[in-house]
Design a protein around this ligand. Structure first.
Ligand SMILES: [Zn+2]
Length: 311
């Protein structure tokens, strides 16, 4: 068990150290009874990097198997002809076991089904010609067909463990596909899909207290300041809170109106959100063909883009 444990750890180090070469850190490595998981900070979307990071693990096992085989061969023993597999009392036995264990780890991990390394390798190879989401879909279908075969074979041949692995792979494959699809949707999201036209409108002559009351009543953080049918700017709840705290509740909201920059509805939600973060804004005007179409709020984009970390 200790030998297998060490080989699995080395396998995970293969992933982690290759990832490090591409500037990706590893949070931790977990060793489970069925194998290990190296939690990378992120998986690079460049298929070539994903390919090398993923294949590095199984290659470690192949190298260990190769070295064991070479030492055995040099000493005149071949792993296939000796009965040493279950005898770990001598060097030949340990080397035979190392050879067999690592060859199995290598082959098992190459099964082209998520979350096995083989699934990622297949996706990255397809990804060199196809968009990532499509490559993932194909790899998922291949993985599911294989998983179904595992289940069928496991039940047929009375190997319930194989059937359980099959069910596990089948479900994990779907999770991977969903994550990638979600991310593709997030990147494709446009400002126009999150434009608000339902915000409270108020005249610039309204008082700070009135605007505050209206906002608290329907739980909004922004008021559109309209003057003779034209959008003059926005009033933010935080500004009103400050003004009220300073006892300026009877002032008109005109002096608290912000002239926020505008963004075209065709712009991606991601770039609009990044602009808001950069400039410390809570909202942007959304324009369509130069005319104001509404307001896009940072909270809405935060919610919509939630799946993607932004640092
Ligand atoms: Zn691996």
């Amino acid at each position: 068990m200790l030998i297998v444990f060490c080989c699995v750890v080395l396998h995970e180090f293969g992933h982690a150290l290759t990832a490090q070469r591409f500037g990706v850190g590893t949070r931790d490595i977990t060793i489970l009874p069925i194998g290990g998981v190296a939690s990378l900070e992120r998986m690079p979307e460049d298929p070539k990097q994903e390919f090398w990071i993923t294949i590095a693990g199984p290659l470690v096992n192949l190298v260990i198997a190769g070295i064991s085989f070479a030492i055995l061969a040099a000493s005149g023993t071949t792993p296939t002809t000796t009965g040493l597999f279950s005898d770990l009392s001598g060097w030949a036995g340990i080397l035979t076991f190392l050879f067999a264990a690592n060859l199995s780890l290598f082959l098992f991990n190459l099964i082209p089904a998520f979350p096995m390394d083989g699934g990622r390798i297949l996706r990255s190879v397809l990804g060199m010609w196809l968009p990532r989401a499509k490559a993932t879909r194909i790899a998922t279908v291949v993985g599911r067909v294989l998983a179904a075969c595992f289940v069928a074979y496991g039940l047929y041949s009375g190997a319930p463990f194989l059937a359980i692995i099959g069910v596990f792979i089948f479900m994990a494959a779907g999770a991977e596909a969903r994550t990638v699809q979600q991310k593709a949707n997030v990147l494709a999201l446009r400002v126009g899909q999150r434009v608000r036209t339902d915000l409270i409108h108020m005249a610039p002559t309204a008082t700070v207290q009135d605007a505050w009351n209206a906002m608290t009543m329907i739980d909004q953080h922004v008021v559109m300041v309209m003057d003779q049918g034209l959008l003059r700017g926005l009033v933010m709840k935080e500004d009103l809170r400050t003004a009220l705290g300073a006892g300026r509740g009877t002032e008109s909201i005109a002096s608290h109106t912000r002239h926020v920059p505008s963004v075209a509805v065709e712009e991606t939600a991601m770039s609009a959100y990044e602009q808001m973060l950069r400039e410390g804004l809570w909202a942007l005007m959304a324009t369509s063909n130069g005319a104001i179409a509404g307001v896009v709020l940072r909270v809405d984009l935060e919610k919509a883009l939630g799946a993607t970390p932004l640092s």
